[in-house]
Design a protein around this ligand. Structure first.
Ligand SMILES: [Zn+2]
Length: 101
């Protein structure tokens, strides 16, 4: 998983296919990401107490990392990511423009 919080990604599948959004959460364990305002689901919540109203709550559902593609901030295109080893750490590299991210 090379995606990080704050990255911009493009959605490749589902009804939001082609849209871009910011990554809000990354869970490396399940390989899923939550993208701001995309892949929305609606949860219908019933009134629990009398006088309270039932509500429909919209939330961004996590989607698999393979269904999104990083949008490179340097060249502004959807790109695959590579890794490059420098002296003391690994860096992410855009495989289109070869800039480190
Ligand atoms: Zn790039």
């Amino acid at each position: 998983m090379l995606l990080k919080k704050g990255d911009t990604v493009k959605i490749l599948t589902g009804k939001d296919r082609g849209k871009k959004g910011k990554v809000l959460e990354v869970s490396p364990r399940t390989n899923r990401v939550v993208v701001e305002n995309l892949n929305l689901r609606t949860r219908n919540v019933r009134a629990r107490r009398q006088g309270e109203k039932g509500q429909r709550i919209q939330f961004a559902a996590p989607l698999h990392a393979s269904n999104v593609m990083m949008v490179c901030p340097k060249c502004n295109r959807a790109a695959r990511l590579g890794v490059q080893r420098t002296k003391d750490r690994l860096e992410r590299v855009c495989r289109r423009c070869h800039e480190t991210l």
